[in-house]
Design a protein around this ligand. Structure first.
Ligand SMILES: [Zn+2]
Length: 257
């Protein structure tokens, strides 16, 4: 599943490809997307200029010059492929945005779970998201305040997008390892010092991964994720795998408390 850094990389590629250009056409190529975007709504975006491309959590928001917003989400396996309108469509093309200079942004998705929606002007979607990891308003004290009301273990709490936007399964586990906090620790029991370490770790992990893609070898060198049975990179204890709220969690029982 694409995590925040991969979505950020995809948004940057998309922005470079479409910003300030006019949309010649948008095609939806999968029935699930046709149900979300009628032919009339697709026609209505022709000629619109792309004013901005933003990421919020794992949501991608493409601003049009009439104030409307195209809203994409990759879900499990989506990605943007940038090519030319004259190229053959990629095998798993689900939607395609063609720009006035012949560039085409293709929403490619083997599992076809990606979504693409169009929101009216001045009707920004309520994404139900907390602050971004790099939001200056997110501080050890503000995070401590939020966590103090959560009785669940910290790992599943970190996956709650209302707590921090965009943190996914891999980087939640990685951040907890860097902060030396067990994923099973009750969120409300974390000390201010632990929350401060955790926030620092989240920011470092996300910043380090941004610019890479999840298939890159640099990203596969993770500290704990998917390393069950292998020695901890810090203390040598074998990494353990547990399941929390239906998701795999990896941690070191030797140095995460
Ligand atoms: Zn360890």
């Amino acid at each position: 599943m694409p995590e925040l850094p991969e979505v950020e990389s995809a948004v940057r590629r998309l922005r470079d490809a479409i910003i300030n250009k006019r949309i010649v056409r948008v095609d939806v190529l999968h029935p699930a997307l046709r149900r979300r975007l009628s032919p009339a709504r697709l026609r209505s975006v022709r000629g619109m200029r792309v004013t901005h491309v933003e990421r919020r959590g794992k949501h991608q928001l493409i601003g049009l010059d009439d104030g409307r917003t195209l809203h994409a989400h990759f879900r499990m396996t989506g990605d943007w492929l940038i090519d030319r309108a004259t190229d053959p469509l990629p095998r798993f093309a689900r939607a395609a945005i063609t720009l006035d200079d012949g560039v085409r942004a293709v929403l490619n998705d083997p599992r076809a779970l990606s979504t693409l929606d169009l929101h009216a002007a001045n009707a920004a979607p309520d994404l139900g998201l907390g602050p971004e990891p790099d939001d200056p308003a997110l501080t050890p004290d503000s995070l401590l305040e939020v966590l103090s009301r959560k009785r669940a273990p910290i790992k599943p709490v970190l996956l709650d997008q209302r707590v921090i936007a965009g943190l996914g399964n891999i980087y939640a586990a990685e951040s907890l390892w860097h902060a030396r906090i067990s994923p099973s620790t009750r969120a409300s029991s974390l000390t201010r010092a632990q929350v401060k370490r955790l926030l620092t770790a989240i920011r470092r992990v996300i910043a380090r991964a941004t610019g890479a893609r999840y298939t890159d070898p640099s990203v596969s060198r993770l500290a704990v994720y998917d390393r069950a049975g292998k020695p901890c990179r810090r203390c040598g204890t074998p990494i353990e795998r547990i399941v929390q709220a239906g998701r795999s969690t990896y941690f070191c029982p030797g140095c995460q408390e």
